[in-house]
Design a protein around this ligand. Structure first.
Ligand code: ADP
Ligand code: MG
Length: 383
């Protein structure tokens, strides 16, 4: 039975007829890593894994929600003090609250929902959940909130109701995503542009190392401080440099002696990465996926050697990808674990994934997980 049919069946049992179906998606980021807090570009797209919900206003002040995947029911009111206990329900509650805070109308509704984004794998199942409900409530209650604000509703939900201080990329991709397109987002100006991504003859596959090394948050703060330090040094010579992504590579060289070598290397990575996103966009306009792949490898090299946020498991997977003639491979996300994202020719896919599973398992004692992804539509009403 399809996910949609399972949702329909449960909805019928719990709440009867009616309701409308909405969906949204998880996301990948092809390139543009650790650029967001430096005012640079990210380049995400929505994927063919997401959340789907049947929703029907119930004419009360209460939300009655059933999670098929957790097999759990939760009922909550719409005032601030009604915050539910279940973590999954807080995402829905948060979206209701954040919509109301923006002047949107939200009344009670019944919903059954399910999803197929692996949790905590770096594909942002939480953004898929928030975006589904942000988009749905906007339609059902005719709020006319614009799409950027819908993404911000999801982001504020994470901040204010789930304790995750995330940026905007995940919710942006989930709301704005389109099949066959990636979206280049300028994290300083919030300007965005769609680029075609339809790699015929290639597959995108994520390999989840299933490790998460604990350095992540302290290392993240240190990286941010290094970037700010480098930007401040450059700014003395070039006052227009607001953030590191505004700087030219030669401007960084001018201050090499003034800043710690470590800060120099971090900044070298960031400035290179901003350029690589632009190069990838040019390549995509030509349909040149080989160049796209080469840039992915360069990003990995930078993340591993200059920014130093990789780990043995990820370096192993990227090296193995190179050996299997995979077109492009790099760690995706903040680093210190999680997935690599791989662009691989159809005819090399089986050998690559078999080899990766076999050799990774032999070396690290546990199997990695594989997720095939196709760039797909984000938030939408399902007919
Ligand atoms: P991710 O990196 O996948 O976004 P998070 O920890 O941010 O990981 O979000 C995962 C949480 O989102 C889950 O613990 C759950 O509360 C909620 N969630 C995601 N997908 C589902 C789902 N299919 N059903 C219910 N809740 C979900
Ligand atoms: Mg999340």
């Amino acid at each position: 039975m399809s996910m949609k049919d399972k949702i329909q069946e449960k909805f019928q049992t719990l709440f009867g007829d009616g309701g409308e179906v909405f969906a949204s998606a998880g996301r990948i980021n092809l390139i543009g890593e650790h650029t967001d807090y430096n005012g640079g570009y990210v380049f995400p797209g929505a994927i063919d894994k997401g959340i789907m919900a049947r929703i029907k206003p119930n004419g009360t002040g209460k939300v009655r929600a059933f999670s098929l995947d957790y097999d759990e029911y939760c009922e909550f009111g719409l005032c601030e003090e009604d915050k539910p206990d279940q973590a999954w329900a807080r995402y829905i509650f948060g979206v209701c609250r954040e919509t109301a805070k923006r002047g949107g109308k939200v009344e009670g509704f019944d919903t059954v929902f399910a999803g197929d984004v692996p949790l905590g794998a770096g594909l942002s199942s939480s953004a898929a959940l928030e975006s589904t409900f942000a988009y749905a409530l906007n339609c059902l209650f005719n709020n006319n909130i614009d799409k950027f604000e819908l993404a911000r509703i999801g982001q504020s939900t994470e901040h204010n109701y789930c304790g995750v201080m995330c940026g905007i990329m995940d919710q942006f991709a989930s709301i704005f995503g389109k099949a066959g397109s990636l979206i280049r987002l300028n994290c300083k100006t919030m300007e965005y542009k769609y680029f075609p991504f339809d790699p015929k003859g290639y597959k995108l596959v994520l390999i989840d190392s299933c490790v998460k090394h604990e350095l992540a948050s302290s290392a993240y703060n240190k990286r941010r401080a290094s970037c700010e330090n480098a930007a401040a040094a450059i700014r003395k010579n070039h006052p227009d440099v607001e953030c590191l992504s505004d700087a030219k590579r030669v401007w960084l060289d001018e201050v090499r002696e003034e800043i710690p070598e470590e800060d120099f290397l971090r900044a070298e990575y960031v400035i290179g990465e901003v350029q690589r996103v632009l190069d990838v966009c040019d390549a995509l306009e030509r349909g040149d996926y080989e160049t796209v792949g080469e840039m992915m490898y360069q990003t990995h090299f930078g993340l591993s050697r200059l920014y130093e946020v990789s780990c043995d498991e990820l370096d192993f997977l990227v090296k193995l990808a190179r050996r299997c003639d995979v077109t492009g491979s790099r760690v995706m996300g903040g680093g210190f674990g999680g997935c690599t994202i791989n662009l691989v020719k159809d005819e090399l896919y089986d050998n690559f994934t078999d080899t990766a599973v076999k050799e990774f398992t032999a070396k690290f004692g546990h199997a990695p997980k594989l997720y095939d992804v196709v760039i797909s539509d984000g938030a939408r009403k399902v007919e």
